[in-house]
Design a protein around this ligand. Sequence first.
Ligand code: HEC
Length: 119
Amino acid sequence: MRVMSVAIGIVCMALSIVSEVSADQGDAVQGKVAYTQYCASCHGNTGKGDGPAAASLSPKPRDLTDKDYMATLEDSYLTDIINKGGAAVGKSALMPPWSAVLKKEDLQNVIAYIRGLGH
Ligand code: HEC
């Protein structure tokens, strides 16, 4: 019986990990494709916030390659702002919502890509 409950415990843990959106599960290579298509115009090809459309933005997107800054942002926050847009999290409405465009998998991939930008 003991072995059984340990096994159930492990399955539950695995399930709870899978249900969370986390950068660890995303595929950064796929994420780069979506990022380049949807995000680079504002955030810049390298994530520094210097895309062609950023010139007219105020505030401008922050530098996503700044590892110390990015470390302060939770995955749940990144998920929210990307899904629901800046206005939904008290940031600029010029950051559009992407939930209609990015599937959950795409979102994980994009977050994994963004997380990997800082050096
Ligand atoms: C039309 C321009 C535009 C596009 C396209 C855009 N963003 Fe943004 N994004 C912004 C702006 C402006 C901000 C800054 C909001 C603020 O600081 O108030 C922002 C902020 C963010 C932030 C929060 C960073 C922080 O400092 O808190 C993330 C993460 C982000 N964008 C991801 C994305 C992703 C991923 C995509 C593509 C799916 C994307 N953005 C597409 C304009 C854009």
